[in-house]
Design a protein around this ligand. Structure first.
Ligand code: AMP
Ligand code: GLY
Length: 427
């Protein structure tokens, strides 16, 4: 099979790595890709916002399946345009991708299917939003409705912070994404991510993970796209997985199917495990980055088979096999990230790395005359498999010790919560 992979992050490099192991794959194209993906795929110069150009490329190169990594092309309806042209693609249609594209849409699904989530109000004008804030007090959470590259959420610990967040939304700080605002109850508990494949009707649970969103050790500092992750998430016992399937995922898939907009692809549930059980914080309609990197390290099954089962409606009889081992990913970012950072700094020491239990997935990298250069904020994803989270962590940081990149940094404590739990269980 010939595949086109869309995206350029560590998530897409890890997808390319897993797809390349499939005996079914005969050719992998990638757009826009990165230096790591270039070792596994032919990089093609395509503007992925130009759907006609993507369709034309697929036709002229006899592409059998398009795998879309990030959310923006999904929300923009790339799957719809490919399907209309008779080209198969992995991921939800524009209508189903509203689960990620609009927080108010997801709240509506939760209401309709009685899915546990934070109580909320939605507002299209500032005065009503401010009145609601005064009624509810703090802590409270203010969210721009649409896609805001992970920056549209403010967890406000004081009424003043909440008011500022509402004003920022209606002042246009998030563009169209802030035209509607969702204000919701602050949930207390431990966060976990849960990944499921759906073919529109059936849902196949994949795995659990936890990520570290803050830039600095101790989960301090500014929010980022994610500085590390591990899988499985120890907080997600089998009992909780069963509850999340029954109370959250299955009703969501059922509601979208009943509305005539079935959800196909990977559903990523961001959960808060509260004293009252699991509650949905948000949905994403794609793999997480860096959660995907740890998932594919643990996956024993053929990823391409699973994606095809989703696209072609065969998940009722599909199974995903996993290593019992834990996987952990440490993100190396350019100094300064998530604020201003330099591009073009050289990275050395990666040549000899890579095995079934250690992979360095590239995010923002490019090759220049044989040298590897940083080309983005998040740059490398050092991902290891071990017999515990602590073991995987030790291996990942060992590898980082051999990477020569003075212009990059990483957190030193990825996995701390899971490792503390492991230590307690052994004591
Ligand atoms: P979201 O983009 O909706 O995932 O929100 C980003 C982050 O904000 C989440 O990962 C949580 O850490 C936090 N968050 C979002 N909603 C809530 C909530 N209702 N209560 C507590 N924390 C929240
Ligand atoms: N790591 C969080 C995300 O992919 O949304």
């Amino acid at each position: 099979m010939k595949l086109l992979l869309i995206g350029s992050g560590g998530r897409e490099h890890s997808l390319a790595w897993a797809l390349a192991k499939s005996p079914k794959l005969t050719k992998l194209f990638a757009a826009p890709g990165n230096a790591g993906i270039a070792d596994l795929a032919d990089i093609v110069q395509l503007d992925v916002t130009d759907h006609k150009a993507v369709v034309d490329f697929c036709k002229s190169h006899a592409v059998d399946l398009v795998v879309i990594g990030p959310e923006a092309p999904l929300v923009a309806g790339l799957v719809d345009d490919l399907e209309a042209a008779g080209i198969k693609s992995f991921g939800p249609t524009k209508a189903a991708a509203q689960l990620e594209g609009s927080k108010a849409f997801t709240k509506g699904v939760c209401d309709e299917a009685s899915i546990p989530t934070a109580a909320y109000g939605r507002f299209t004008n500032r005065e009503d939003a401010l009145a609601y804030l005064r009624e509810k007090g703090a802590p409270i959470v203010v969210k721009a409705d649409g896609l805001a590259a992970g920056k549209g959420v403010v967890v406000a610990m004081t009424p003043a912070e909440a008011e500022d967040a509402v004003k920022a939304c209606f002042d246009g700080s998030f563009g169209d994404a802030g035209a509607e605002v969702v204000i919701e109850e602050f949930l207390e508990g431990e966060e976990a991510s849960f990944f499921v494949l759906s073919d529109g009707v059936n849902a196949l649970p994949l795995a659990t993970a936890q990520d570290h969103k803050r830039a600095l050790d101790g989960d301090q500092g500014p929010n980022t796209g994610g500085m590390g992750a591990y899988s499985p998430a120890p907080v997600m016992t089998q009992d909780l997985v069963d509850r999340v399937m029954a109370e959250i995922v299955t009703p969501t898939i059922g509601t979208l199917a009943a509305r005539g907009t079935p959800f196909k692809g990977v559903l990523y549930a961001g959960l808060m495990i509260t004293g009252d059980g699991p509650k949905l914080i948000e949905y994403n309609t794609r793999f997480g980055d860096p959660e995907c990197q740890v998932l594919v390290m643990r996956l024993k099954s053929d990823l391409l088979d699973l994606l095809l089962d989703s696209v072609e409606g065969r998940l009722a009889s599909a199974r995903a096999e996993w290593h019992d081992d834990a996987a952990l990913c440490v993100v190396m970012a350019a100094n300064g990230y998530p604020a201003a950072y330099k591009k073009g700094t050289e990275i050395r020491g990666l040549e000899q790395m890579g095995s079934d239990s250690l992979q360095v997935f590239h995010a923002g990298t490019k090759r220049d005359n044989g040298s590897l250069l940083a080309n983005g904020g998040r740059v490398l994803n050092v991902t290891a498999l071990g017999n515990s989270v602590a073991d995987a962590k030790a291996q990942a940081y060992d590898a980082i010790g051999n990477i020569d990149w003075p212009d990059g940094y990483c957190r030193s404590d990825i996995g701390w919560r899971a490792i503390a739990r492991e230590a307690k269980e052994q004591a």
